[in-house]
Design a protein around this ligand. Structure first.
Ligand code: ADP
Length: 366
């Protein structure tokens, strides 16, 4: 009797794994440890589970096949459980070409978070930065309207074998909104997994390309969506928008606490004091403190140890411009200047943060 390894593999390749239409060699079930000594042969067959239903019958078939090919051989078949298949190839990195990711957040709705996000984006783009804006405010996606992109249809194209969403573009800013995927009026009923998946898609499966600043217009308050977002991207920091009203500041404080929670640990770059005072169009030097006290937001910011990045007056033109699909920062007016100033403060704050702190770590809640 002449035993040699290829005789064993040839023989084992006549043994089929039931139901697969393939033989056990093809399926990689025969380990590369065939040992032959005189008329004895031993080798190992790997199963995916120790409780494989075909184990016993398959071992018998294999032994019988070898006996047939090499009569009189003493056959020892060991079994082992196959190590888990190698993991799927690592997912492509998220936003690989993006330098800074800044969340524009607020403790409550209606304080002007989206207005600030949109105008900050436009002001940064006007300064020559490459800017993207993701409207993640599932409770009221207003970015499409503010950029005059309400009827935008989104298209995809292929980049490196991946089909990616092409962001819309307006005023030099690449824009995607959850409002492009769903009717803004029904956005509020989008909860949980559905909204999270849609947002992840707008981040991971979109061709954002190379950006200096990727701004995210967050939903107001604190929610599961916030968690999804901090798990999906590594936020450089957040800018918190509030009005001087006490209720707004109290809610902003909760928002700051969430970002500063050790499990989330996203730096708060500073506070934006929106609707800080009312200035009539015809009397640009006058200030009326309609909401809250003068200095209320400064005190809050000082207490939590961050700068006030800008005081933005309540000016009718700010809202009017948003409504007409042309953010006021596109103009050269006094109100626009407040947003240009904000853009400078944000770039300074981001630079300081990048010098002083290590990159934000991925949040793992599990
Ligand atoms: P949020 O995103 O916090 O819900 P929005 O940005 O949608 O708030 O603003 C709420 C409303 O207030 C909008 O009608 C907007 O045009 C208006 N608004 C925001 N900031 C100003 C401002 N500085 N001056 C005038 N109107 C403003």
């Amino acid at each position: 009797m002449d035993l040699y390894p290829s005789l064993i593999t040839q023989t084992l390749s006549t043994v089929r794994y039931p139901g697969s239409g393939k033989n056990i060699v093809e399926l990689g079930m025969v380990e590369d440890d065939i040992r032959i000594a005189g008329d004895t042969v031993s080798f190992t067959i790997l199963f995916d589970k120790p409780t494989d239903p075909f184990k016993a019958s398959l071992l018998k078939t294999a032994e019988a096949a070898i006996q047939l090919a090499a009569p009189g051989a003493k056959v020892t078949i060991n079994t082992a459980t196959r190590k888990a298949a190698p993991e799927a190839p690592a997912k492509p990195p998220v936003l690989p070409g993006v330098k800074n990711i800044v969340a524009v957040s607020s403790g409550k709705g209606g304080v002007g978070k989206s207005t600030v996000a949109a105008n900050l984006a436009v002001a940064l783009a006007a300064e020559g930065y490459r800017v993207g804006l993701l409207d993640a405010d599932i409770f009221g996606p207003s970015v499409p309207k503010m950029f005059g992109l309400e009827n935008t249809e989104i298209y995809m194209h292929e980049v490196d074998d991946r089909n990616l969403i092409i962001p819309a573009e307006a005023y030099g800013v690449k824009v995607l909104s959850i409002g492009f995927l769903i009717d803004p009026d029904s956005a509020a009923v989008w909860r949980g997994a559905m909204a999270s998946n849609a947002l992840r898609q707008l981040i991971e499966q979109a061709d954002w390309g190379e950006l200096d600043y990727f701004l995210i217009d967050m939903p107001p308050g604190t929610s599961d969506i916030h968690l999804t977002l901090v798990q999906t991207v590594l936020l450089t920091g957040t800018v918190v928008v509030t009005t001087p009203q006490q209720v707004a500041i109290a809610d902003a404080r909760k928002g700051v606490a969430m970002f500063r929670d050790p499990k989330i640990n996203v730096p708060v770059l500073g506070i934006v004091d929106n609707m800080a005072w009312f200035t009539p169009e015809k009397h640009p030097d006058e200030r009326y403190y309609l909401f809250g006290r003068e200095g209320a937001v400064d005190e809050f910011a000082e207490k939590i140890g961050v700068p006030v990045l800008a005081h933005i007056p309540l000016v009718a033109a700010v809202g009017d411009h948003s409504d007409s699909g042309r953010p006021i920062a596109t103009e050269n007016t006094m109100s626009a200047q407040a947003f240009v100033h904000l853009a400078h403060e944000v770039t300074d704050a981001v630079e300081r943060r990048n010098e002083q702190l290590p990159p934000t770590q991925k949040v793992n809640t599990h």
